[in-house]
Design a protein around this ligand. Structure first.
Ligand code: G6P
Length: 368
């Protein structure tokens, strides 16, 4: 039952632990026999997808971070330019629309005022069509959009979004493949993505099974005033989301940086008081990331590296390595999100904040 905390102390923790089920629900009927098929987006969706030459995504908060991950996927797999912008900026500036662009909003509530205003603006701007990736079937955004992809995360009560984010990522991956198939995406690519998605619930479960170890780790953050999160590629937005979660519920100032950008400023912040969390899955940027880790270590920073078991990064002076199992690169953002959510949750518990209802924040920002 969505409004019952069950055995959990907070809705947020319950929602974090619901994520394997949420992924299954979001895939239900859409991933069958290693094929991805979404039949319910709206009339003529496939025609619009076949004609799509560019994608503009608009969102706020956590939903914006999901959009940033999708940009990496869309440009990598589809070679379609994908622009991502926060709604409060997009709605008030002179925007230029690329020819044959699809306009996409992402929203848990479907009611966020800025995103809604951006959608209304887009409808006057000559986009091919508007699509919303939304968790609320009866929302304004669903009503106002030509096409809808429902995220099926169920009711999310914790103000800090967790399961809705994961459901957004899974949905965006399905959307990416669906657009790709309308444009002749190779079957082998669809199959490899399908395989990764099929294994995602169990990979997320394995990450959840590490909750106690992350709870222990959280003690090393509770007294800190700042934390830096680093990632590269599709994990950079995951670092951004991790920093947002920590800020929202533990009130610790946190920032995320693309690790390659360290040398252009944040290295100046590194000293032994500064914890630095690194998201380090095995991908084509791992070796580069290892150099970034060394840049931080040699300046005395306290590193906490969430790394693939095969990454060959060892705990040593200044480095605590936390092993994560994630076999598929494409779905690794969803897997690495889990320890980040748990970390911020347990830090907030030590700090004694109101986890489900952090000060000054609202679940749905329906006024400007
Ligand atoms: C608020 C919530 C966030 C959410 C953001 C966007 O700030 O506290 O958790 O990510 O709004 O909301 P939406 O419903 O549009 O995804």
């Amino acid at each position: 039952d969505a409004v019952d905390k069950g055995r959990f102390r907070h809705f947020m923790l319950k929602e974090i632990f619901e994520q394997p089920q949420v992924v299954n629900d979001t895939l239900e009927g859409r991933l069958v026999n290693h094929k991805i098929i979404i039949e319910t987006l709206g009339a003529n969706a496939n025609k619009v997808f076949a004609d799509t030459k560019a994608i503009q995504i608009i969102a706020c908060g956590t939903s914006y971070h999901a959009a940033l991950v999708a940009k990496y996927w869309i440009e990598d797999y589809l070679q379609i330019p994908c622009l991502v912008e926060i709604a409060s900026e997009y709605r008030y500036r002179q925007t230029a629309v690329l020819p044959n662009s699809l306009f996409v909003t992402i929203s848990q509530s479907g009611e966020t005022a800025d995103t809604m205003a951006a959608l209304k603006k887009a409808k006057e701007q000559g986009y091919l069509g508007t699509l919303t990736v939304c968790n609320s079937p009866a929302s304004s955004m669903v009503r106002e959009s030509d096409f809808t992809l429902l995220t099926r995360a169920g009711t999310e009560i914790g103000v800090a979004s967790t399961k809705a984010f994961t459901a957004q990522l899974v949905s965006l991956m399905l959307l990416m493949v669906t657009i790709g198939k309308a444009q002749g995406l190779e079957e082998s690519k669809e199959k490899s993505i399908a395989e990764a998605l099929e294994h995602l619930p169990s990979e997320i479960q394995a990450a959840l099974d590490q909750a106690e170890a992350i709870e222990d780790l959280s003690e090393r953050f509770a007294e800190k005033h700042h934390t830096l999160f680093l990632g590269r590629g599709q994990q950079y937005p995951i670092a951004m989301e991790a920093a947002l979660k920590l800020k929202e519920i533990s009130y610790i100032h946190a920032e995320a940086y693309a690790a390659g950008e360290l040398k252009h400023g944040p290295l100046a912040l590194i000293d032994k008081e500064m914890p630095i969390v690194v998201v380090a899955p095995k991908d084509n940027l791992l070796e580069k990331l290892k150099s970034n880790i060394e840049e931080v270590r040699s300046r005395g920073g306290q590193l906490f590296v969430f790394a693939d078991e095969s990454a060959n990064i060892q705990s040593s002076d200044g480095i605590t390595v936390f092993p994560i199992k994630s076999q598929y690169t494409i779905t690794a953002p969803m897997v690495y999100t889990i320890p980040m959510q748990l970390l911020s949750y347990y830090v907030a518990i030590i700090k004694g904040t109101d986890v489900d209802q952090p000060r000054n924040l609202a679940k749905s920002v329906t006024v400007e």
